[in-house]
Design a protein around this ligand. Sequence first.
Ligand code: NAP
Length: 293
Amino acid sequence: MKVLITGANGQLGWELQRARPNGFEIIALDIQEMDITDSPAVATVIQEYQPDLIINTAAYTAVDKAEEDKDKAFAINANGAAYIAKAAQGCRARLIHISTDFVFDGTKSQPYRPGDRTNPISVYGASKLQGELDVLAKTMNSALILRTGWLYSVHGSNFVKTMLKLMAEKEELRVIADQTGTPTWAGDFARAIYRFADIPDIKGIYHWADAGTASWFDFAVAIQEEAFKLGLLKIRIPVKPIRTEEYPTPAKRPAYSVLDKSSTWKTLGYKASHWRDSLRRMLEELKEVRSEV
Ligand SMILES: NC(=O)c1ccc[n+]([C@@H]2O[C@H](COP(=O)([O-])OP(=O)(O)OC[C@H]3O[C@@H](n4cnc5c(N)ncnc54)[C@H](OP(=O)(O)O)[C@@H]3O)[C@@H](O)[C@H]2O)c1
């Protein structure tokens, strides 16, 4: 199967390249090779490669910056996604489009199901929701949309790497304890995406995240514990829980963004690992990478 990956230099795009199973040929493109906001370029490049499957991971992911950069967020997350969907239709390629838990407002107290009412509370969330709608419209509902949340990887910028840096520099950290979600390793998500790719004709919206739930505070504490055990951190510093109001940010974030993954587990025939096990595996990998440098 010939697979074209957009956003190939991002966390998920990079993990997708590493996780390539036998039988998959990969065309990895980032903005230098195909700017997804350039409609004619998207049409030409996709027509040229004639992929069987497109995995669209390209996105504007700076959640706070998006609040003052609305046009750009929508240009990439909504219009760009639509151009890809149109080009996919044009060459009869299947499309897997990646979306986010931030399409929900976080007011529920039970995990969000794929069919639950969306109501984004940030520009980023709204632009991603528009992307979902455009992708479904342009592909006549034949695309597969996979929503995820709280992604991290050895590659790229993310919460785990930020915490490790701050924990090595600061004497104390204060971390938000009243937002709940699920830290999710992009490595296992990439492997799951290929499992979805193996299912012919699968379409609609599914959720992927690691198992379990955590607050950012829980996540930070776990990062410190696991990193300390592995020798990635030399000392432990106090980590204190704070409320969202104590750490104001330009973008609002859902207080509860746990995704219901039951339809995914049923479809793939397996459950994701618990987030803490995935975190340990990622940190082990980070240790290896750092010792090679
Ligand atoms: N990160 C998370 O916590 C999270 C949570 C939920 C859902 N998601 C979704 O998961 C997907 C993958 O996220 P990620 O964490 O891998 O994102 P990422 O690391 O920010 O990667 C996105 C990639 O897209 C590229 N890109 C930006 N604008 C582009 C354009 N106009 N044309 C082509 N490529 C462009 C980026 O390049 P630059 O770096 O040069 O901008 C980057 O390489 C996205 O759809 C995101 O919305 C992410």
